[in-house]
Design a protein around this ligand. Structure first.
Ligand SMILES: *Cc1c(COP(=O)(O)O)cnc(C)c1O
Length: 353
């Protein structure tokens, strides 16, 4: 730390992204990326002609991609805001809707970036523990009357709430925003976007990083009523008006238009998730019912750290967490069928000891 850093940030603990190893022969199942490349339509569109326009700023209104997203979701373009990843959308929401008299609340076990945003913006969140089975009980969020952030499906558990459950939370907190982070919703959960015209306190955030094979393009978005979108737009235009670059606007639009490839990839990942869950359960693992592109198994004979370390020795990278409540689990991204077969082979070796 230099002697110049503002005191406000002297104790901040930044988010730790999953390892992005430089060695190539590793099976990388640690950051919930897709094993599939972007849509062929995306690859075709990012051509020399597009690149040669990079001397010009991108469209600050990101109209092309917003129009495509809005049409696909059957909402108005004014109900959509694009972000540089959904992390940026989350930042806009914490900044716009939380302060000393509107402290946010979220689960103890959820996306690790929420507490980091709180530190960055000087907020003191209320932490609401998950139940012992790692489920999120909607009633724990009733009448909080403060901004609520819920990842649905939750990370790293993969468990999802139903729309009626989310609706109860919205109804009992009508004077506060409820942000539903749907980073993983495409892998089998129900989206709350159908509720945005009914509840003026609902914000849904989504990303192209997981289900659209575009983690490196940094594209996310929010869907909400026009007023909430305008508030978050204020944040964007006070911070980084050109938050999406030209290539990402084009990539995002082409990705949304290619519904066939999207459906194919999602189906493959769901099939491979079912295969992996089945194989691991046969070997004694307990796994919460995942609606995401990752699973969160635990085994009574081995700790999360041990399983992680032994997999790492066999060139398979997963994620484990030191937090007491989940220290026996590892989070495994669903990769290709071949990658998951390799995981099972390695797991058999590890269990034999
Ligand atoms: C990955 C993830 C995000 C952010 O993804 P971006 O790459 O910034 O779009 C947000 N929320 C959750 C729960 C995630 O797992």
């Amino acid at each position: 730390m230099s002697r110049f850093l503002s005191n406000r940030f002297s104790s901040i603990e930044p988010y730790t992204p999953g390892e992005q190893p430089k060695v190539m022969n590793l099976i990388k199942l640690n950051t919930n990326e897709s094993p599939f490349p972007p849509s062929p339509k995306v690859i075709e569109a990012l051509n020399k002609e597009e690149i040669s326009k990079l001397n010009l700023y991108s469209d600050p209104d990101t109209k092309e991609v917003i129009d495509a997203v809005a049409a696909a979701l059957d909402v108005k373009p004014k109900q959509v805001l694009m972000g540089n990843g959904s992390d940026e959308i989350l930042a806009f929401a914490f900044q716009a809707f939380c302060d000393s008299s509107n402290q946010p609340c979220f689960a103890d076990i959820t996306y690790g970036f929420y507490p980091v945003f709180c530190e960055l913006f000087g907020l003191k969140p209320e932490i609401i523990p998950l139940r012992d089975d790692l489920s999120l009980a909607p009633e724990d969020y009733f009448s909080k009357n403060k901004p609520i952030f819920i990842a649905n499906p939750n990370a790293p558990t993969g468990l999802a709430l139903s729309i009626p459950q989310i609706e109860e939370i919205l109804k009992s907190n009508s004077n506060s925003i409820v942000l539903i982070d749907e980073a993983y919703v495409d892998f089998g959960a129900e989206s709350a976007i159908s509720l945005i015209n009914k509840y003026d306190n609902l914000i849904v955030s989504r990303t192209f990083s997981k289900s659209r094979n575009l983690a490196g393009a940094r594209i996310g978005f929010a869907v909400a009523n026009e007023e909430l979108i305008q508030d978050m737009c204020k944040m964007k235009f006070s911070f980084n008006p050109y938050n999406l670059n030209r290539l990402s606007i084009t990539a995002g639009k082409e990705s949304v238009l290619d519904t066939e490839y999207f459906d194919y990839c999602i189906n493959e990942i769901i099939k491979t998730r079912d295969f992996t869950v089945n194989e691991l359960e046969k070997r004694g693992f307990k796994i919460p019912d995942s609606k995401a592109n990752f699973i969160f198994p635990e085994h009574e004979k081995i700790s999360g750290e041990y399983y992680f370390t032994e997999l790492r020795k066999r060139n398979i990278l997963v994620r484990y967490f030191k937090t007491e409540k989940i220290k026996n689990h590892v989070r495994i991204t669903i990769g290709s069928k071949e990658q998951m077969e390799a995981l099972i082979v390695a797991t058999d070796e590890i269990l034999k000891g």
